[in-house]
Design a protein around this ligand. Structure first.
Ligand code: G6P
Length: 482
């Protein structure tokens, strides 16, 4: 038993251990929405964060982190993975089985029994680490698809702690989920939690249907009823949607910083002061619809709707899962497409697409958001998409247009964006043109309600409402039905 009253458990820590070519190692910020959302939660509450340190075959002792923007010191507790475990548990089961399955089989998932065995083994390792770290009667909050067995395992080790689980990605409809050879074990693993949170109402419903079909338990809105069995008492599990968000204040104040505003002007200048700047920011992932977006942009150039000298598309593609074959193939496809379009429509002084295969710190991102007239979020399937929210929070000037896929969770809240179906290339092209030509008045009319929504439902609201329900569920209080 440990002494942390709040323990977060996620596959990744917010920093990766990276070995430089000269053999020295350093810590770098990890990619992805999960880390962006959880960092402010830890800085606010303190506690311990259990996760993998991003490199294999190393043992790293727990260490304290002082949040760079202020807040409470928290403790990082690394969980080690061997190279083979990384291949089977992370690249295999997490990113070749569950990730494509949960994103509506955009690419075909693969199922291997050896990957599943590693998944069980590593989930147990995380559960044991959490059991060691949590204070008596404390809270353990487990995150995301890599660790769905942890709640059940932890409940068996530490029945005294309150266990929450939040899924950052979609939960698929039963017709798709049913493919998974270990579908029942995963649902049962999740039901070890007291509260299970999803991004969208639809995800929570899909999960409840899976519970009914696979385990025959009774459900109603917001609840799963687990009947008494030989060795277990009857219990109720709260199942609800808690749309995740960002530290809206941080992005708002960054956008007001003179250096960020000056950098935004400089970025436009570096791009050749085009009339319109369009922006895409994604992990390089097949769920993000990057190819659909670039294809639509290329067609607008080739059919003469856009003048290549007057527009710039900046595509930031953050490197991700680079050894997984489907990610390598996607990178090749994107880079070929970008090179073709620039080859066809570029000049010595100007390329219509600026492609950047790297990640940037928040201040540079804020400047990019401020420099862009149009933000393109064209995900084919996405749990939430925090980039869309960051763009909105940064546009304190009430300018700029968000083009947003209806398949991203963010579209449930950001209803005054230009909502698109990314598979419909003609519709996407029309909306890109509409965004490019949108009068300032309409931009403001659409941006304001979205900014209000994100200012109210920011990441601290998200974590506070989840944790309040978790405390309530544990105390046996009536958690309000959603
Ligand atoms: C998404 C997932 C996270 C994951 C992140 C980065 O946001 O929901 O769980 O950490 O992508 O992916 P990676 O595989 O690099 O951790």
């Amino acid at each position: 038993m440990g002494n942390s009253s709040l323990v977060l458990v996620s596959n990744r820590l917010p920093v990766d251990r990276v070995v430089r070519p000269d053999g020295q190692s350093e810590w770098r910020r990890s990619p992805g929405g999960l880390v962006s959302a959880l960092e402010p939660v830890m800085a606010r509450s303190g506690g311990a964060w259990i996760g993998w340190p991003g490199a294999t075959e190393i043992e790293v002792e727990p260490f304290d982190v002082v949040p760079p923007n202020g807040g409470k010191t928290y403790r990082l507790v690394p969980v080690a993975l061997s190279e083979q475990e990384f291949v089977d548990y992370y690249e295999g089961f997490s990113n070749n089985s569950l990730w494509p399955l949960y994103h509506d089989v955009i690419t075909a998932p693969q199922y291997h029994r050896a990957w599943w065995d590693a998944h069980v083994l590593i989930n147990r390792r995380f559960a044991e680490a959490a059991a060691r770290e949590a204070a008596p009667g404390g809270i353990v909050w487990v995150h995301d698809y890599q660790l769905q067995l942890v709640p059940r395992m932890l409940r068996e080790l530490r029945p005294d702690v309150a266990i929450g689980f939040f899924l950052h990605i979609p939960f698929p409809s039963f017709g798709i989920y049913a493919q998974l050879p270990w579908r029942t074990q995963i649902v049962d693993g999740l039901l070890g939690a007291d509260v299970i949170g999803f991004q969208r109402v639809a995800d929570a419903r899909n999960f409840q249907r899976a519970v009914r079909r696979l385990l025959g338990y009774r459900t109603r809105t917001g609840r799963v009823f687990i009947p008494e069995s030989e060795d277990k008492a009857a219990r109720t599990v709260v199942v609800s949607d808690y749309p995740i968000s960002i530290d809206a204040k941080e992005f708002r104040s960054l956008s007001a910083t003179p250096s960020v505003q000056a950098r935004a002007v400089e970025i436009r200048h570096e791009l050749g002061d085009p009339r319109r700047v369009l922006l895409g920011v994604d992990r390089l992932d097949y769920t993000k619809g990057i190819v659909h977006r670039i294809k639509a942009f290329g067609e607008l150039l080739s059919d003469g709707s856009l003048n290549p000298a007057e527009v710039s598309l900046v595509q930031v593609a953050v490197p991700s899962r680079e050894r997984v074959e489907s990610y390598r193939a996607l990178r090749d496809e994107i880079e070929l497409l970008v090179a073709r379009i620039n080859g066809d429509f570029g000049t010595l002084g100007h390329n219509p697409i600026t492609y950047l295969h790297k990640g940037y710190p928040h201040d540079e991102m804020a400047a990019l958001y401020r420099a862009s007239d149009v933000m393109l979020v064209t995900a084919l399937r996405d749990g939430m998409n925090l980039v869309a929210k960051e763009y909105v929070a940064t546009r304190a000037d009430n300018r700029g247009v968000l083009v947003l896929s209806e398949f991203a969770g963010a579209s449930d809240e950001l209803k005054t964006a230009l909502l698109i179906n990314p598979h419909d290339i003609e519709g996407l092209k029309e909306n890109i043109l509409r965004a490019i030509h949108m009068p300032a008045l309409e931009q403001g009319r659409r941006m304001r309600p979205m900014r209000r929504r994100i200012a109210e439902n920011d990441v601290s609201h998200w974590s506070a409402s989840f944790l309040a329900d978790l405390r309530g569920a544990r105390a046996g209080d009536q958690v309000p039905l959603s």
